[in-house]
Structures are given as C-alpha cells and as structure tokens.
Design a protein around this ligand. Structure first.
Ligand code: ZN
Length: 336
C-alpha cells in the first residue's frame, strides 16, 4: 500500500513535469545502479529480478536525460576531478547470472554501455548455498510450503501468495544470516539440488572468461562463498575477500580491483579488510546517489532497480532525486 502511494506520488510529480526541478536540487552527481537477474519472464521467477523491459527503459532513460554511462573506474576518476558538467551512471550486476550475458549483454552493446559484474567463486564452482534460488524453486513448485526451522507453513497456490511467502522467508533470513544453514534440511527434503540450481542460473567458468574479454565488461569480486561478512570472524572474512580476488585474477588473467559486499553487509572492519587485500573500491546496498567528489570508496551507495518495487515512473523518480527529496523532507518534518 505504501509502495502504491509512493508510486502515485512519483507519477503525479512526473506528469506535472517536475522531475527536472527535483533533479536540479536533489539528484547527485553520479549514481551506481544495482541489478541482479535481467529476466525475460519476470512472473515465473516470482518478480525477483528486473524485467527486460524495465532494464531497456532504464538505459534509454539515462541516456535520453543526459547521464553518461561509464565504467566504475571512469566514474570515480570524474568525481575526483570534481567536474560538474555531467552526471555519471555506473551499471552493476551482482552474482554473475547467465541472463546477464544472454539477455542484458545485447542491450548493453546496443547502448554502448560499460558495466561491472561482481562474481563469487562458489557460483562458478557450483558450491554456493544459493538459498534465495532454492527458496524460489521450492515456493514456485509447491502449493504448500513448510519452513521447519522458521516454524511456519505457507499456503501458496497462486503467484501473489507465492511472492508473499518468498518475501516473508527472505526477510526472516535477512534478520539473521546464520539461518541460511537451517534451510539446507528443507531443500534436501524437497529434493532441491543447490548445485543444479547454481548450474542453471550462474555463468560457468568459460562464459565468465569470455565475458571478461568483452570491451564493455569489468569483473569484480563478491567473496568466495557469498557469506554475510559481519557474521564471520576477522580471519575468515579476510580469506573470503582475498581468496575470491586471487581466484578471479588467476582465472581471468586480469586485475580485479573492485568489490561488492554480499547483501551489502559491511562495517568499518569490512572496509578496512577490503582495502587491505588490495581492492580500490567496494559497493554496498545503501540507497543513495553520489554527491560528494571525495566519497568513501569502500562504502559506495547504490540505487537498486527491481521489477517487484519499480515501475518506469519510479525509476525516473529515484534517479531524479525525488526519493531523496522525500527522505530529506521526512527527516526535517520528523525533527520539527
Ligand atoms: Zn550477491
């Protein structure tokens, strides 16, 4: 309901032709946009990614509105130069899904848009505990789903109740990432194979090697196992970062300089470790644009775009800074 209200407000501001006014006062100087899967059939994947139409629209919108789509390296260099003549957008994809190549790449090529793909080692070796894919598969294929460790049973015969169940269990996991391990039993009982899901959804080694040689592509690190780093002790967290970076550099024979924290989960310790193992930047899932010419390179915010939350209008609104304006206003009213 809140989302509906927000979307209508965005729509009202947009149709009144006010986006340029907001942009002048509230939009940042650069934005790092976050995608995961780019799906041809969003509904059958329970609206977990970005639809191909919204993806195509985002790129067209950015270019039409005068944003320069550049690589992350180029964006950081432009910010450091403090050149205010243009706005810069960086496109990033987390986890290394197959559809980034089969669906997104032709569109990126058509727009001549550079992009970054952050890849965890375990996606390539098919050993990742991709619990979000397991849950989606479980809920998609059944009308009754019991999550034993959560002590919850969902009746989900239609798309709407399936999306609700998926969201509820995801929220439960995000409250405590140690709960990931407890889902393994549920998946085993349902005969869901993690390695088969990894194989179906994630790029394989050869495909990633091919992608890494594409002139528009950069490859970044995303840890070995995609663990939430804050749940690990310092040595394990450091190993997750360093081993993944070494693995990718050996595999691709190029230097891997940029990192995305899994789940955007980070703090001062993770920032320090990322720097120590040789990264020059790290992105989070904190929702904001970049407005400072000297941002903290190890805590870069991103604007996530997914079809379950976004329409074309809300994408235009958040890139125009309408959302930041509302947050600022909200904070002021809250203080008053
Ligand atoms: Zn990820």
């Amino acid at each position: 309901m809140k989302q509906l209200l927000k979307n209508s407000l965005f729509y009202g501001i947009g149709s009144a032709g006010l986006f340029p006014v907001f942009r002048r006062f509230f939009a940042g100087r650069a934005a790092i946009v976050m995608f995961h899967e780019i799906q041809r059939d969003c509904r059958s994947e329970l609206m977990t990614g970005t639809s191909v139409d919204l993806f195509e629209y985002s790129l067209s919108w950015l270019q039409r509105e005068g944003w320069a789509i550049v690589s992350l390296e180029e964006c950081l260099a432009q910010l450091a130069r403090n050149d205010r003549s243009r706005r810069y957008a960086v496109l990033t994809f987390d986890d290394g899904y197959r559809d980034n190549v089969s669906v997104a790449l032709p569109i990126l090529e058509r727009h001549n848009a550079p992009f970054m793909v952050y890849v965890p080692t375990a996606a390539l070796t098919r050993t990742m505990q991709s619990w979000w894919l397991g849950l989606r598969e479980l809920i998609r294929s059944r009308e009754d789903v019991t999550i034993d460790s959560m002590g919850f049973r969902f009746r989900c015969p239609d798309p709407r109740s399936k999306r609700y169940a998926l969201r509820k269990v995801e929220q439960w996991v995000h409250q405590d990432f140690k709960r990931v391990a407890t889902l393994t039993m549920t998946f085993n009982k349902a005969g869901i194979s993690m390695s088969a899901l990894n194989d179906r959804y994630f790029l394989d080694v050869r495909a990633l090697q091919g992608l890494s040689r594409h002139p528009l592509a950069s490859i970044g690190g995303h840890t070995t196992s995609h663990a939430a780093l804050a749940t690990l002790d310092a040595t394990s967290a450091r190993d997750e970062l360093a081993d993944n970076r070494n693995y990718l550099e050996n595999l691709l024979q190029l230097s891997v300089r940029h990192l995305a924290y899994p789940y955007g989960d980070y703090g001062p310790r993770e920032e320090h470790l990322a720097n120590e193992v040789g990264y020059v930047s790290a992105v989070t899932t904190r929702h904001a644009q970049l407005s400072d010419h000297q941002p903290n390179e190890f805590a870069l915010p991103r604007i996530g775009v997914s079809s379950s939350f976004d329409s074309e209008t809300s994408f235009a609104a958040r890139m125009s800074g309408v959302q930041s304006a509302m947050l600022t206003l909200g904070a002021r009213l809250g203080r008053a």
